[in-house]
Design a protein around this ligand. Structure first.
Ligand code: URA
Length: 190
């Protein structure tokens, strides 16, 4: 990892910018390739992520890995981060004030990565990144451009675990992401 990433990670690991710092076990900074062309953004760490300090390592993470594999991706070809880097107690949604306190880290990760494509995983990330009134049930799989970057949102893998009827739609969305990777990415084979 280059020095700019190291410095950002160091700062994030020591952050006490909101109340989640009091209950976390580990800060979950991010995972994947720091030269990836694709950035995946989740909501926030759950119990397993909090214990291990790595995003998407629980059951939802297993499913995310399977979803990536369907379209020829894996964690060496993407970067994975969350809106909030510390676990909200009882896995509740992160509060506005927590999201705001943490957003600078995601902004700086995005600035260092300069991704071609951003994929929001679930409603919370889509609302924070694409548009405030984003409706995941009707707008998943649609493409948006923000600051010259193409972005979309798909159902969160935890939602797909709870409700398997959402999986066919997600398969279509994944194929759309694969097509977009082929169109825009220069060093990502899928
Ligand atoms: N859910 C998320 O949104 N992020 C994680 O890192 C794990 C589960």
């Amino acid at each position: 990892m280059d020095e700019r990433w190291e410095a950002l990670k160091r700062e994030c690991m020591g952050c006490r910018g909101c109340a989640l710092a009091q209950t976390r076990t580990n800060v979950v900074f991010g995972d994947g390739a720091t030269d990836a062309e694709i950035l995946l953004i989740g909501e926030g760490p759950g119990q397993h992520e909090d214990e291990e300090g790595i995003p998407f390592v629980g059951r939802a993470g297993q499913l995310l890995d399977d979803m990536l594999e369907i379209i020829g991706l894996d964690r060496t070809k993407v970067y994975i981060a969350n809106i909030v880097k510390c676990r909200p107690p009882q896995n509740r949604d992160p509060l506005e004030v927590e999201q705001t306190a943490c957003m600078g880290f995601l902004r700086r990760q995005t600035a260092l990565l300069r991704p071609k494509i951003i994929v929001c995983l679930g409603r919370i990330a889509a609302k924070a990144i694409i548009q405030e009134d984003f409706k995941i049930t009707s707008q998943h799989g649609q493409w948006f451009t923000r600051g010259g970057v193409q972005m979309t949102a798909i159902y969160h893998p935890a939602a797909l675990l709870r409700d398997e009827s959402k999986r066919p739609d997600t398969f279509v969305d994944l194929k759309s992401i694969q097509a977009k990777v082929r169109e825009l990415c220069t060093h990502t084979e899928v």
